[in-house]
Design a protein around this ligand. Structure first.
Ligand SMILES: Nc1ncnc2c1ncn2[C@@H]1O[C@H](COP(=O)(O)OP(=O)(O)OP(=O)(O)O)[C@@H](O)[C@H]1O
Length: 473
């Protein structure tokens, strides 16, 4: 008799445990019981209903009716096993595929030479995969298009370093069309927790389609490294842009960056997403310098949450209620947005430049201290930022209002930003021209330096000649 998530006991015997998570684990502790990943062959990988390393959380909503089923791989006590998920009599049930020592596969008593043959036999004969559950395999559910195959992704060059692995520029080929993309990878050795975090990031991002939010294109989870494929932002982060163009970024561009970020954040607010790590380092720029909110590694879909793990969070971006009570909400994102506005207007300066993290925390909480915005910030932006830093979260404006106010400020000073769309090419050209000019000037300087050096050498030479003559005399 096969129980949910029971596994092979060796020599054709079946397990008798029941289907709780703890039993899943205890069943798999016996090495003989593991249908290790090495046995998952090409035919399984190519099956349309094989979903790779997708967690329960992601696949359960795909199984809508009784009898809907799919195959995936999962990890049980460090071993990767193949599991069948079936919706039956309401909930989704998970059954481990058993492998006998004669290299045949089975759920309960019927053996087949391959996993796919086994699934097809249960489908054709309508024999339940376990007698107790009665779960029948009626309709295979195909992988959604956002689950990609590794061989459709060709990495080109490294772009950066993520918390779990490298980020690459790559080429994604689907239906014979290739597009440039960014790929965030996850090292094989990371913990199960980190892997679930990575999947959560992908799950949250999948819901967003907005011009100022980085678009996820899919995930590749059939093999390692796991990959999260996103739209490519070749302009780097807003922070590195501001630092690179220190003293040269116009007030108009700065206002546009803040405005576009607020547009993406108003969208996230509407979707009830708390980002939790709003900062200039986490806003990317496209090749045409459009701002995209990125890095959803900390994001959450709850209205408010308390998170005890503050150790890795950059203190200077945190709202007082996060510093004190570890509370996060969209209003704590609003506070961080104010800090990001400071970063942008100070050309990528460090917030609270004269204070340490501990001093910042103490001054904000004890003295209700707020840092001053740089001198040339438009008064409307200064007022807005001071509201973002209101002590009480409910007194901070929502992103929808922040965006409205920044838009009207932009229109007043620089006209309709839609007209500016065409000029983004111009911006980029200006940057390139400026970089070229700077390079040329540097070359000229180098030339001058070289000339000066060679003159010095000439003088030295003539001096030594003079010396020689004098010595001869
Ligand atoms: N869509 C993208 N296009 C281009 N570059 C990107 C993209 N996403 C990320 N990068 C690059 O990779 C770096 C790391 O990405 P990201 O910050 O999202 O990773 P992370 O795992 O969240 O790291 P951390 O938690 O340390 O911020 C970024 O700083 C950026 O340089």
């Amino acid at each position: 008799m096969t129980k949910e998530f029971s596994s092979h006991r060796g020599h054709g015997k079946t397990a008798t445990q029941t289907a709780t998570q703890s039993v899943v684990q205890s069943a798999a502790q016996d090495d003989e019981n593991k249908c290790e990943i090495s046995t998952i062959g090409e035919t399984v990988r190519r099956a349309s209903f094989y979903h790779g390393l997708m967690p329960r959380h992601d696949i359960e909503p795909l199984l809508k009716k009784d009898g809907d089923f799919l195959l995936r791989k999962t990890e049980v006590n460090g071993a990767t096993v193949l599991a069948l998920a079936v919706r039956w009599n309401g909930p989704v049930k998970h059954f481990m595929v058993n492998q006998s020592d004669k290299d045949s596969y089975y759920f309960e008593t019927h053996h087949e030479k391959s996993v796919i043959d086994l699934v097809e036999w249960h489908m054709k004969t309508k024999t339940p995969v376990s007698t107790t559950s009665g779960a029948k395999l009626l309709k295979p559910i195909d992988r959604p298009p956002w689950i990609l195959n590794h061989d459709s992704i060709k990495t080109i060059k490294k772009l950066g370093e993520g918390a779990f692995g490298e980020v690459y520029m790559a080429e994604l080929t689907t239906d014979k069309v290739s597009i440039p993309v960014a790929v965030k990878t996850m090292r094989e050795e990371v913990s199960r927790d980190s892997r679930l975090k990575f999947m959560k990031e992908a799950r949250i991002m999948r819901k967003f389609h907005h011009q100022h939010v980085v678009q996820i294109l899919g995930i590749a989870v059939h093999e390692h490294p796991l990959m999260l494929v996103m739209e490519l932002c070749l302009g780097g982060s807003v922070l590195s842009y501001m630092r690179k163009h220190k003293g040269k970024t116009t007030l108009e561009t700065k206002l546009r960056f803040v405005l576009e970020a607020s547009s993406g954040l108003a969208y996230l607010e509407e979707k009830s997403c708390i980002h939790r790590d709003i900062a200039a380092r986490n806003c990317l720029l496209t090749e045409k310098h459009a701002v995209k909110i990125s890095d959803f590694g900390m994001s959450d879909e709850r209205k408010t949450l308390t998170d005890e793990r503050l150790d890795k969070v950059p203190v200077k971006w945190l709202a007082p209620e996060t510093m004190q009570n570890k509370i996060y909400s969209s209003k704590t994102d609003v506070w961080s947005f104010g800090v990001m506005a400071y970063e942008i207007y100070s050309d990528g300066g460090e917030p609270y430049p004269t204070l340490t993290n501990i001093q910042t925390r103490a001054k904000i909480i004890v003295q209700n201290y707020r840092m001053e915005m740089p001198k040339d910030v438009p008064p409307a932006v200064v007022t807005l930022v001071s509201e973002c830093w209101a002590k009480e979260p409910e007194n901070r404006p929502p992103f929808s209002k922040i965006h409205e106010r920044l838009l009207s400020e932009y229109k007043k000073e620089h006209g309709d930003p839609k007209d500016r769309e065409k000029d983004k090419d111009k911006d980029k050209k200006e940057d390139k021209d400026r970089d070229k000019k700077e390079d040329k000037e540097k070359d000229k300087d180098d030339e001058k330096k070289e000339k000066r050096e060679s003159k010095k050498d000439e003088v030295k030479d003539s001096l030594t000649k003079k010396e020689k003559k004098e010595r001869k005399k």
